[in-house]
Design a protein around this ligand. Sequence first.
Ligand SMILES: *[C@@H]1O[C@H](CO)[C@@H](O)[C@H](O)[C@H]1NC(C)=O
Ligand SMILES: *[C@@H]1O[C@H](CO)[C@@H](O)[C@H](O)[C@H]1NC(C)=O
Ligand SMILES: *[C@@H]1O[C@H](CO)[C@@H](O)[C@H](O)[C@H]1NC(C)=O
Ligand SMILES: *[C@@H]1O[C@H](CO)[C@@H](O)[C@H](O)[C@H]1NC(C)=O
Ligand SMILES: *[C@@H]1O[C@H](CO)[C@@H](O)[C@H](O)[C@H]1NC(C)=O
Ligand SMILES: *[C@@H]1O[C@H](CO)[C@@H](O)[C@H](O)[C@H]1NC(C)=O
Ligand SMILES: *[C@@H]1O[C@H](CO)[C@@H](O)[C@H](O)[C@H]1NC(C)=O
Ligand SMILES: CC(=O)N[C@H]1CO[C@H](CO)[C@@H](O)[C@@H]1O
Length: 678
Amino acid sequence: MYHTLLLPTLFYFVTLLIAVPFVNADASKILRRTSRRPSGYDSKSSLTTRAVPTVQTTDLPGKWQYSRCLAEPGANHVFPYQIIFPQNNSAQNCLSQCSTFGYPAAGMENGNECWCGDVADITINGGTTVAETNCTTACSGDASHLCGGTQRLQLYLWNGILNNWQTPANIGRYEYLIPGLVPPLLATVGKNGKVSFLEKFGTSEFKNSTGAYELDLSLADDFDHAWRTMQVKTDVWCSAALVLPDKAARILNLGGWTQSSTLGIRLYTPDGSPGVNGTNEWEEDPSNLQLQSGRWYSTALVLSNGSVLIMGGLSGAGGAANPTLEILPRIPGGSTVVSLDWLERTNPNNQYPFPYVLPSGSIFVGYYNEARILDPVTFATVNVLPNIPGSVTSFLAGRTSPNQGASVFLPQKAPYTDPITVLICGGSNFGIALDNCVSIQPESNNPTWVIERMPSKRVMPNIVALPDGTYLIVNGAQQGVAGFKLGSDPNLSALLYDPSQPVGSRISILNNTTIARMYHSEATLLPDSRVLISGSDPQTPGFPEELRIEVYIPPYLSQGLTQPVVTVPNTDWQYGGQYRITVQLFQGQTIRFSLIAATSNTHGNVMGGRTIFPAFSCKGNVCTVTAPPNVQVSPPGWHQLFVLDGPTPSHGVFVRIGGDPAKLGNWPALPDFTLPGV
Ligand SMILES: *[C@@H]1O[C@H](CO)[C@@H](O)[C@H](O)[C@H]1NC(C)=O
Ligand SMILES: *[C@@H]1O[C@H](CO)[C@@H](O)[C@H](O)[C@H]1NC(C)=O
Ligand SMILES: *[C@@H]1O[C@H](CO)[C@@H](O)[C@H](O)[C@H]1NC(C)=O
Ligand SMILES: *[C@@H]1O[C@H](CO)[C@@H](O)[C@H](O)[C@H]1NC(C)=O
Ligand SMILES: *[C@@H]1O[C@H](CO)[C@@H](O)[C@H](O)[C@H]1NC(C)=O
Ligand SMILES: *[C@@H]1O[C@H](CO)[C@@H](O)[C@H](O)[C@H]1NC(C)=O
Ligand SMILES: *[C@@H]1O[C@H](CO)[C@@H](O)[C@H](O)[C@H]1NC(C)=O
Ligand SMILES: CC(=O)N[C@H]1CO[C@H](CO)[C@@H](O)[C@@H]1O
């Protein structure tokens, strides 16, 4: 073993001294000869004819160009990401891997090491240029070329712009909104325009917490009156939630922490009005209405037939996985539980999976580092999608809790013929946060993941769909995974992802906050088009339990343009229906309408999330908007309708699309619940 390792090094050293002037001239001939031999080192003749390795400067992938031999200082490394290719390190393999994940600087070292990073790392980490004769080791996968040496990098640079991150002049800003009462873990904007927050209470540091609060945004400058204290019976810690398509837009919360809480089914009918508290409470009857199996860290989704799916999670705190889904309302007497072997196999890295209803009616699920498409009736797998790319160093890096990234659907636009795109940003390689977004069109002919690098690492990010079809990416940490005490090095900067730009040019770097927001942080679109930023329950030493609430003023509101006004007489829409809407514009720029589905947000999940740009036509101030065509393009549900005057969105108006086909308004028929009817 020792022998075979030493021999090639010695060999190259000797041939280097003797043979350099002769070999280079005719290296290709010699290579062809040696390539017929089974091994380069097993006979005397090969020793004399083998090509001396040279620097590869041509036939490089992409826009890579050879730079120089670089010495690393002491034991430190210049670049952050190391990949070992024991058998197949080469310029081709190393450089392609680095640029695929967005690193424009790379080098091979010691024959079998591949390093990826940024040009700035070279100066920051003290790399120094040394004579080319310092880089003498052949590549483990290409004996004819050089891959650095001991603490010597064969350095290559991408000759071009690999990541065209935008730095616009108008970057918006964070504003402090109001002190909070608890670090909430679930945020939902209700049809009453107020924000419902839920928080764990069984284990809270805040012994004074009831676990449920509602924020009246119209009273944001009046702390004493803005917060309404509500009650839940069981502990909502790491539950799932969504807004139902029933008439009242009830908020449904499912599962929770330990024992009866894990079976919890809780409903709240948002009421009251700006400045006036509602009187409705969270309703729950733990002894008569329960999930079929305990769930903690699960995700909920309204199906195209209007029923509710809840998927995955654990059976309770410290409990086994619950690799199943179930459908609500439960068929009387029957079980609706379906086992999912792929969730069992990827336990425990698939908590809060990312399910979506696709335009074909099938269901996409992203979980851990995998994705697949399910039949909407049987939930059997109909297509296994390629694995989700992870980090440059490991495809085992994950995207769902605890390696928590965030996911959204990109906008659907009339006539809804473009394939839909799922976007996932951030995540973690079991502690090292990921610095990329990945996206896929699950129903295109040959679905493949597109990788776009973010300007920095983020685990536990939040993504918010904005009314103009862009996405705000905020919150999160640069190290760790989701969970108490498990995240550190917060990222304080907001990013904007604009899918209307070409891949690689979609990310803009926006403004910074001063408030660290890691585990149990949320970001939620408000009806006035600002974004509410809440929470952080990190329990990481040095970081507070964060109660302060901020808003982000996106670029479309920070330049002082007056928001347009939209008046919607009919707010209960049928598929394909046409609705007259009056608009008032102040800039008179290009008009667009968007429908942003009502969501509940937690753990990078935007439950119910969807953005639709419907067809419309206008005459003067009167427009006719055509509702999306069917339950597949847009499952039944509540949306906020916005009109955009150029870049500037109005306030949203809640409209329901597709009614309540599963008759959720009559459920649950128990005395403890107030039913809106259908
Ligand atoms: C390098 O070899 C490993 C097995 O040792 C293999 O898994 C990997 O796909 C190869 N990489 C490339 C880029 O060829
Ligand atoms: C390595 O580079 C340094 C600085 O350029 C030079 O002084 C030294 O001779 C080189 N060593 C070898 C073995 O080529
Ligand atoms: C960034 O935000 C701060 C307030 O949080 C604001 O003072 C500053 O003007 C913003 N920067 C730009 C370039 O808009
Ligand atoms: C609970 O107590 C903390 C101080 O320990 C306070 O900041 C917070 O406002 C209180 N919350 C409620 C709901 O009263
Ligand atoms: C709403 O109710 C809370 C108590 O839950 C109270 O503190 C607050 O002042 C009330 N707000 C208004 C506007 O009445
Ligand atoms: C919706 O589909 C699911 C899955 O097949 C089924 O369990 C449920 O009963 C359906 N709901 C309605 C209202 O038909
Ligand atoms: C935001 O913070 C980063 C450092 O973390 C800094 O480089 C950047 O200039 C800041 N941006 C603004 C607008 O202040
Ligand atoms: C502390 C901090 O904000 N770190 C990084 C967050 O992300 C931005 C942009 O992605 C970086 O510039 C910051 O250095």
